[in-house]
Design a protein around this ligand. Sequence first.
Ligand SMILES: *Cc1c(COP(=O)(O)O)cnc(C)c1O
Length: 799
Amino acid sequence: MAAKTNVLFGKKLKDATNKDLYYAIASIVNDEVHPQWGETNHTYEKKKVKQVFYLSMEFLVGRLLENNLLNCGLLDDANGALKKIGKDPEKVYANEPDAGLGNGGLGRLAACFLDSLASLKYPGHGCGIRYRYGLFEQRIIHGHQIELPDYWLQEEYPWETRKGEESVKIHFRGSVHMHRKIDGSLEFHYKNTDQVNAVPYDIPVVGYNNQVVNTLRLWSAESITRDTDYLTSKSSKYYHHLDHKHSIEQISGFLYPDDSSYEGKELRLKQQYFLVSASIQNILRHFKRQIGAPLSDLPEYIAIQINDTHPSLAIPEFMRILMDDENLGWDQAWEITRHTIAYTNHTTLSEALEKWPKTMVQELLPRIYMIIDEINERFCRGLWFDHPELRDVIPELAIIADEQVHMARLAIVGSFSVNGVAKIHTDILKKKEMKHFYQLFPDRFNNKTNGVTHRRWLLQVNPRLSTVISEVIGPNWICRPSQLISLLRYSKDASFLEKVDKVKLENKRSLASLIYDRTGIKIDEHSIFDVQIKRLHEYKRQLLNIFHVIYLYNELKDNPNLDLTPRTFIFGAKAAPSYHLAKEVIKLIHTVASIVNHDPDIRGKLKVVFLENYNVSLAEKIIPATDISEQISTASKEASGTGNMKMMMNGALTVGTMDGANIEIRDLVGDQHIFMFGLKADEVLNYYEHGGYTARDIYNTDDRVRRILDQLNEGVFGSQEIEFKDIYYNILYHNDPYFVLKDFDPYIETHELVEQAYRDRSTWMNMSVTNIAYSGKFSSDRTIQEYASEIWKINKTHP
Ligand SMILES: *Cc1c(COP(=O)(O)O)cnc(C)c1O
């Protein structure tokens, strides 16, 4: 390290700043990783193994230094060396900006998958966009969310390597010209297109302790012409050039900050095609150069997974290249495309289903539109003739309908696999949302329940717990997370439970000190840490959680002597900048916090903390200290959730609805080790379909609910006219679309059970350890194993 700091900064080790040390250690890691990276690529090339490419508009990787140190076996050395020179490793690692190239669950899933692919020695790579601005940085001012740009590339990012020589050209707009060749076949040429350079930046994905290094390739948009080409021309041309250059660089300029909702913005469509065209061109170049087999064999060598519909233009883009550049006929091109691409669905929320205006696609991507149109024509013709029973519903199945291009329909028709991300979600796809497609293509549909990498989300973020676990069951769980099940033998062992309890308390103490540093709020480390951290969305029902807080506050005001186990409610959540109601909920949480935290009647029994700028690094601090994991979405709405898995792995108990992967957690641990409540998915779907729920009835009959809603309406919460009429109106006048009032009573009751259980330490710790023991199933290693053998048909590099 001394040599590194000297070489890099011309400084003696003792003069090195934390940032110098961060770069020095990153450079040491790179020296270790880069040769292995070359070796891995060489092996893949030499053995011509089948490879998978995971296309995603988002990769929420967080910080990499500590993770890379861990995976290449250098973490203990680095920590030791830093401590020896009196440095706090955490402070050194904190110099890395979070790569916030994702919104939430979907992007974090992609990052976990890359870790598991490399750690299991699978040849699998990520393809994404190198946004110059990641997800906005959230600040809270007087309870209001303010969004600041996240310019994460301000300083050198030590993990990326620019590969200028592997750039590819992307074409937008222009016109398409047909030409009939002598043999009668058609040729297509494009004229007057806008051209953009896609330049790859590669990031190594380091496998755990196995010498495998895969690649995350992020594309950056650059102008084709150079500034110097304009030095001699008229200044007006020069400024026009700068303008043009700016608009091109905008393509990889920023990540759209919307989670679970769709915005029909042209720049977003450009970004999608940019990712897809660059990646598919690159994949085909790889195939031709390194595999060299006939194109018809391509599906034996390559699988492409598209993460939601965002990269679904991969289907027409693949067709375009096979036909226009490789001169294949339609049927052959279709056969190859359809057997290469697999699609993961992440949502059934209607506001999140992508539909692009037909005219926008036509103008921006004329040749791609022609191909989509032809796919649609052939598909609809097939429906008409081969499936007369579906004739009435053709408009619901057609890829182009009501002047829009329906991306999920394109993705289903053009792929060989459609998977949901948890059992209930896949069932809803099959039985409701996509039932006609399921009828048409029953073999395409399958489930792959999500997972998270237990190496980052347990081993790395909770070293204390990891040590205690390895002390009793040995370290094999690190490579075989299913072995965590051996902990069941210790789930009633008093001395083990005590150790786990002590670890939790230490983690809570660390979080309490972080909370004090960031917010000035003093919290009781013995209180129940009741945590809801995730994007802010109506369906996730942060509102139900804060209603519980208001209810407890009202109870304590009525009876300050109430025997209540102290609780700390911890929130972290970014709202989409244009999502008014979500921002109102953030305001409400802050308003409640400012009242509850300062009211002497409460005697410190309740605290409410909102930690701003929730991201991966903050999650890593909160999750190991969590007692209660709030997973309270309206049943049927949360496709899977992964926050639920991270918290379970760290010994938190779930308070949850029968939704997403919560159901699979319950199925494993059993009802006595989890707190489930509320409406079931079929009940919710039934209400949506047939009515029968009136929110006002609950308002009229439940005094607790009426009191809370009236407090929102009349502005009791806030001295200066702060009131929450929009929330009030949404519940009473839009009939509570997410069933907050309907689930209020069972939620309150469940939390009373939580409180009773918490008082009995040995029962609580038994529940906690039982959850850790069963959490192995939710490692993304299991998920990736399933994708690899059931969808991709890929093999491990060295078995
Ligand atoms: C895991 C994770 C999510 C997803 O959380 P859910 O509770 O499943 O919605 C979102 N953001 C970050 C930073 C995460 O680490």
